[in-house]
Design a protein around this ligand. Structure first.
Ligand code: FES
Length: 114
């Protein structure tokens, strides 16, 4: 079963950028890493910070704007103190110029890392 929701137009998110998208009460952070798109929960697992207000560092890590904890974007793994709980990831679907997420599926990187 798929729970596919529209996120953003492809050209609206340049490489190296992250933005917040509200999807039926579930805020997501959507990332463009060198032309590849990823989606995670927007809420930091350490507290309630919005990760889309943070910064992408070291190519594929998101740094939280509040305490600078870090997560690996493709897998959602917590990789920087004080974050210890992994981030929920979502499967991203690219169709023509539109980016979607399947809210019922983890990212492929997270699924294969388990
Ligand atoms: S709220 Fe994100 S690291 Fe503390």
């Amino acid at each position: 079963m798929s729970n596919k929701v529209f996120l953003i137009q492809r050209e609206a998110l340049a490489p190296g950028q992250v933005c917040k998208v509200e999807t039926s009460g579930c805020p997501l952070a959507v990332y463009n890493i060198d032309g590849e798109y990823f989606a995670t929960s927007d809420v930091c697992t350490h507290a309630t910070a919005s990760l889309s207000e943070g910064e992408i560092v070291d190519v594929d890590l998101i740094a939280c704007p509040v305490h600078d904890g870090q997560f690996h974007i493709p897998t959602g793994q917590a990789v920087g103190f004080p974050c210890t709980v992994d981030l929920r990831t979502y499967k991203v679907i690219v169709e023509a110029d539109q980016i979607y997420a399947d809210l019922d599926e983890e990212s492929e990187a997270a699924s294969s890392a388990i």
